[in-house]
Design a protein around this ligand. Structure first.
Ligand code: ZN
Length: 392
């Protein structure tokens, strides 16, 4: 199995690089236009149609092939949007962005991109990026006006899991339930707080010039994204380390399409929609998935329907306890449980249904979390919301 990660650095492009980026953008737009007018999005069909037309660009064939495959990606997404009844304006690449998987080399601390014969474009790599990719295969290079990112890969052999952990990703926490009966919660309320603080700040930007307003807002947006990303990276690292330590596979909900639940006209408030739509589950899941795969741990996605409503012990519909809004009680078997833990246990059960591992439904044993003194990253919150009361 091939596991892939990416690493990024800033760089200052020279004239040749800028020309190459601009040329790539034009080729990409040419391909997109051909794809839209001929109604094709398959890579092969597009190559046949577009390659000849790209002859007018004096670019190396490496970049032509990459422009075609980038266009195929754009066209695939465009088709999907049209199918779902989205906006019909044809796609167009405005930003400078080049991805290539052919012809480049990493040599003497530099990235060499093919340009003129025997005269490649040289971009010096930072020591951090050099150390990160050392010993791995570099699969592709992506350049923008000021950033360079390398995708690198290694072969991993899949770990035979000794158990699984189900993850319930919420607005304010990630809750994890494992096949050996432990339950852990990682607090993410800081993400929600940062987002609402920035939303507040942005709503107070009062400049008459719309361009300045946009500029300021996008600066805050960038800052917010970076902060949130860092918090999510800490969380995903913690979760994957835990899985690695116990040789556990990871089970998550397949939440694709979630955004459609919170669109205008669905009868929800604006603030509620904005909160639900800024929920970073996709980024968190993406991080957990690639980090887990990098360690050879299996990642399973399950269907999300009903994971929070059903009793994770007997499967009946759970009822809320009026005074405690985060606790649920099963009217049939009396199982009383934190609602996130219940969801995590349901997700776990769905994932291991076909795995040869038994899920403990009773006698949940709490395993103490690992704590390394002084390490703020190992901040697991202990939860003990599981009690099994017989109904009277
Ligand atoms: Zn029950």
């Amino acid at each position: 199995m091939l596991a892939i990660k990416t690493v990024q650095q800033r760089y200052a492009p020279n004239q040749d690089t800028l020309r190459l980026l601009e040329q790539f953008r034009q080729m990409l737009n040419d391909c997109i236009q051909i794809g839209v007018s001929e109604n094709i999005s398959g890579l092969k069909a597009l190559s046949l149609k577009a390659y000849k037309q790209l002859a007018e660009h004096d670019a190396m064939s490496y970049y032509k092939l990459c422009a075609i495959s980038a266009a195929a990606g754009v066209l695939r997404n465009y088709r999907k949007t049209v199918r779902r009844g989205g906006k019909a304006g044809g796609p167009y690449a405005r930003r400078l962005r080049l991805t290539t998987c052919y012809g480049f080399k990493v040599q003497d601390g530099c990235l060499l991109l093919p340009h003129l014969p025997r005269e490649p474009i040289r971009i010096p790599l930072t020591p951090h990026i050099q150390a990160t990719i050392a010993g791995h295969m570099v699969r592709s290079v992506t350049l923008t006006r000021d950033k360079l990112s390398l995708a690198y890969a290694k072969h991993v052999s899949e770990v035979r899991p000794r158990g699984f952990m189900g993850l319930d990703c919420n607005l304010n926490n990630v809750t994890l339930a494992t096949t050996d009966g432990s339950v852990l919660k990682h607090n993410l309320s800081k993400v929600t707080r940062i987002k609402s603080a920035y939303r507040e700040v942005r709503s107070h930007i009062k400049r008459n010039d719309v361009r300045i307003r946009r500029q300021v807002a996008s600066k805050y947006g960038r800052k917010q994204r970076e902060k949130v990303k860092q918090i999510l990276h800490r969380a995903s690292k913690l979760i994957v380390n835990e899985a690695k330590r116990r040789h556990f596979g990871v089970v998550m909900e397949n939440l694709i399409g979630m955004r459609r639940l919170y669109r205008r006209g669905n009868g929800q408030g604006r603030l509620y929609r904005s909160r639900m739509n800024s929920w970073s589950y996709a980024e968190l899941q993406r991080q957990i998935e690639y980090k887990a795969r990098w360690e050879g741990l299996p990642v399973i996605y399950v269907r999300p329907h009903g994971t929070s409503a059903k009793c994770s012990t007997c499967g009946s519909r759970m009822a809320r306890i009026p005074e405690e809004n985060r606790t649920l009680k099963c009217p049939r078997c009396g199982f009383t449980v934190d609602r996130d833990v219940n969801a995590a246990r349901n997700i776990l059960a769905r994932g291991v249904r076909f795995a040869p591992i038994a899920l403990p439904t009773e006698a949940m044993v709490q395993e103490p979390p690992v704590r390394r003194a002084g390490n703020p990253e190992s901040r697991w919150e202990r939860v003990n919301p599981l009690s099994h009361e017989p109904t009277s």
